[in-house]
Design a protein around this ligand. Structure first.
Ligand code: SAM
Length: 166
């Protein structure tokens, strides 16, 4: 099985943290819904917002999961204003360049619950602008970056010690 077709490290991390508790989250950049399907399979999803400028490509997930899945068609980060309930996590996988990533981080982070998690995909040297945007945002909010092939996610310093040693 190819790496891109497996449950990704940030989603596994969320599973370890939340276990079977119901969670509300968003994926920003959905394409054909491959990762969204793994999210739905791995976490106990109460509601999952799927955000894309062409979200109809993932409408099969709405058909399969009904009210659990909310499709949001439009442009991030502006479309974040449509989400009015606090989120346990946001997974960012849209434009992989410095400014858009930084703007996505800034736009979605305030949507999280106080102890919610922001993360995303493709944190490796093929996307230096993305890495820079994530690093800059992490220092803006005083968080530490955890990463795994090829996800990134932000944690407190205390969480980074706790979860790195597991
Ligand atoms: C890398 S693909 C997402 C792949 C998906 N997360 C997965 O792993 O299965 C990026 C997607 O983001 C969408 N996209 C790019 N920029 C966007 C933006 N500013 N707002 C909304 N969607 C965007 C693209 O149309 C594309 O479908």
């Amino acid at each position: 099985m190819k790496a891109k077709n497996m449950t990704r490290p940030f989603i596994k991390f969320l599973r370890d943290v939340y276990e079977d508790r119901p969670v509300i989250g968003a994926e920003v950049g959905v394409l054909h819904g491959v990762n969204a399907e793994y999210i739905l399979r791995t976490l106990n999803i109460e509601r999952l917002y799927l955000v894309d400028n062409d979200v109809k490509r993932a409408k099969f997930l709405k058909e399969e999961h009904g009210e659990k899945v909310i499709l949001l068609n439009g442009w991030s980060p502006g479309i974040a204003s449509k989400v009015t309930e606090p989120l346990d996590f946001v997974y960012i996988d849209a434009i992989h360049e410095y400014e858009p990533v930084l703007e996505d981080c800034r736009g979605w982070y305030p949507k999280l619950k106080r102890d919610g998690f922001l993360g995303g995909h493709d944190y490796f040297d093929r996307f230096p602008g993305l890495m820079r945007g994530v690093q800059e945002f992490a220092s803006e909010v005083g968080k530490t970056i955890m990463s795994g092939v090829w996800d990134w996610w932000l944690v407190t310093e205390e969480q980074s010690i706790r979860y790195s040693s597991q």
